[in-house]
Write a protein that binds this ligand. Structure first.
Ligand SMILES: [Zn+2]
Length: 410
């Protein structure tokens, strides 16, 4: 067994970062969680299974919000990267960006598809069909064949690591965009650099082009214009998806909607990996979709997108979900009658530990001797611990997944 999970408290945060007034907002992204654990090490397939059950990570802290209790339920959303078609306004953003880099002007000139290699010719005669891959790379160094572009634009995908340059961008972003001045390199590392993910090689069918990652895991995607770092995405590359953890940009470039451009670039990355033979790779996960928060609804502008049902974790097309989301505070797509308009009038009983038989298959770290984890089945674990917190973690993971990880109670 190579996977281990450090299990910690499942305490719920009380303040909401989405609907509470500015100033009272918690900077913690983990509001409303009912299950949480600090992961020492996670394999990418295990973490993929976790996010498919509503988990997210912030550094090594993994948490799963309780949608039933939340004033602003957070639904897991995924975009089908293989059939994604940017809207008209998304295409316009791409053209503006490419024209600025190539010609030094923000004008909306339709010329970006013509001189790029790798573009697919469309069925309509004359005009080449829009190609996401071509448009994404049209102004990028190493892809275009313009002799003297107005600016040099490059993106570099590198394993997640701390640099002063990245921290400077983060600090400026937090101050100028979020008006948050209490940042430290240590907090940046904990939140956006450290990761529990351990990546295996990606099974491409043939050697992939140089800009595609070779192993699963946590990455930083650097956006540079004329050598200067102007934006950075924090990404997890998982077996079935590119998962967007965070995106930050220099306010000087605000007019170009880099956040929207990055979402398209990340969807394109998943598509290119799929086309290079990583067959399971097919989605972009953009984190949580929060219908009750107008500012967070932009994630639904990318189509076709799907929401995970909060009870069965089956996927439902976003368009089908909107009616239920509009009418209810808590929406269940699989069992529509489980949806609730206001607050719950009764408390669900807290989850209980699984049966003795199942407890025999759940591993707990007994002690660490010379760096080796010695585990005991939960059934035989005798030290005192909070049964309710562990029960919430096991319930959040589901039994199948809970049996694939090692819990460390501290
Ligand atoms: Zn709220």
């Amino acid at each position: 067994m190579t996977v281990s999970v450090g299990y910690a408290s499942g305490a719920s945060a009380s303040s909401c970062g989405y609907c509470s007034p500015p100033g009272e907002r918690s900077s913690s992204p983990s509001s409303h969680h009912s299950a949480g654990l600090d992961a020492m090490q996670l394999s990418c397939p295990v973490y993929q299974a976790m996010i498919d059950r509503g988990w997210r990570r912030s550094g090594t802290w993994c948490y799963k919000p309780d949608l039933k209790k939340s004033c602003c339920p957070q639904y897991t959303i995924k975009l089908d990267a293989l059939t994604f078609e940017p809207s008209k306004s998304h295409r316009k953003l791409l053209r503006r960006w490419n024209n600025h880099i190539r010609h030094g002007k923000p004008g909306d000139v339709m010329d970006v598809d013509s001189s790029v290699s790798g573009g697919k010719q469309g069925k309509s005669k004359g005009l080449p069909k829009f190609s996401l891959t071509s448009a994404i790379h049209a102004s990028e160094s190493g892809f275009h064949d313009i002799e003297r572009p107005a600016h040099t634009f490059e993106t570099i995908l590198e394993p997640s690591a701390f640099t002063d340059e990245k921290y400077a961008l983060y600090e400026k972003y937090q101050q100028e965009i979020h008006h948050d001045t209490g940042n430290t390199p240590r907090g940046f590392k904990r939140f956006l650099v450290s990761s529990p993910l351990r990546g295996d090689p990606i099974p491409y069918s043939s050697p992939p082009s140089a800009h595609l990652p070779k192993t699963y895991g946590s990455y930083h995607q650097m956006y540079r214009v004329d050598g200067k770092l102007i934006a950075m995405a924090v990404l997890d590359i998982l077996p079935k998806c590119v998962s967007s953890v965070y995106f930050m940009y220099d306010k000087d470039w605000e007019a170009y909607s880099l956040g929207k451009l990055s979402a398209m670039r990340e969807a394109c990355l998943a598509r290119e990996m799929h086309e290079a033979g990583a067959k399971d790779m097919a989605f972009l996960y953009m984190g949580f979709y929060i219908y009750s928060c107008q500012k967070m609804r932009y994630k639904g502008e990318y189509a076709p997108s799907y929401l995970a049902d909060p009870e069965t974790y089956d996927w439902y097309p976003l368009a089908q979900c909107k009616n239920l989301l509009e009418k209810n505070r808590y929406a269940c797509f699989a069992h529509r009658d489980h949806s609730v308009e206001g607050d719950f009038d009764r408390e669900d009983p807290p989850p209980e530990l699984p049966s003795e038989d199942d407890q025999a298959d759940i591993q707990i770290v007994g002690e660490i001797v010379n760096g080796v984890l010695l585990t005991v089945p939960l059934k035989n674990y005798t030290a005192p611990y909070s049964q309710q917190e562990l029960a919430e973690c096991i319930d959040g993971l589901g039994l199948e997944l809970a049996k694939q990880v090692v819990f460390a109670i501290y």
